[in-house]
Design a binder for this molecule. Sequence first.
Ligand SMILES: Cc1cc2nc3c(=O)[nH]c(=O)nc-3n(C[C@H](O)[C@H](O)[C@H](O)COP(=O)(O)O)c2cc1C
Length: 200
Amino acid sequence: MSDTAKPIRLLGLSGSIRRHSHCTAVLNTLADSLGNKAGGKAGGKAEMTLFPLNEIPPYDPDLDAENTPAPATALRDSIAAADGLVIISPEYNYGMSGVLKNALDWASRPAMKSPVRGKPILIMTASPAFTGGVRAQHEMRETLSGMMGRVIARPQVVIGTVHEKIKDGRLTDQAALDFALAAIDDLLAEIALLRGVKSA
Ligand SMILES: Cc1cc2nc3c(=O)[nH]c(=O)nc-3n(C[C@H](O)[C@H](O)[C@H](O)COP(=O)(O)O)c2cc1C
């Protein structure tokens, strides 16, 4: 199968490991929509799996040098196997969550050759505040750019008052869902563009 005909595989990372996380609920809803041909333009064009960050230990260069913990290796392998990443974080004290930053530190190694290098990435934030976690986005973009990830250029995806938009673990606010799906469309377009360049 040619590279351009292969189904697009997205990996979703949520910066919250909370059982009833709003951020994880947003990702799960997007994954559902992608699997559903009626789910907007992106529906049926790609699949998304989530990699939960619960088991990722605190980053320790000694551990990484001697015997990289299995969850960190699994994270790197999952990123390497994906065509693109969808990363959502809550805003914790005006930045991304420590859980996400720690996972990104693991993913960033080996330096200059990490699986994140060149990977198309869509970032999002969600918060019960009306600001939707927007203050964490600059840090996410900077950190991922430092790892040479290809954070796609587009207006920020922020979901404010998210607690009013989630029901039974799914994003039920259609406007917010359409807003996020439009960003997924942009990510898929970037992946298609890069595939085209590679096969040219
Ligand atoms: C340590 C901590 C710091 C927080 N700081 C902020 C903040 O700076 N801005 C904000 O909008 N919300 C802040 N919040 C609220 C989180 O955005 C909120 O708990 C959110 O629902 C967490 O995401 P989750 O539902 O995916 O777990 C903070 C929460 C915690 C626990």
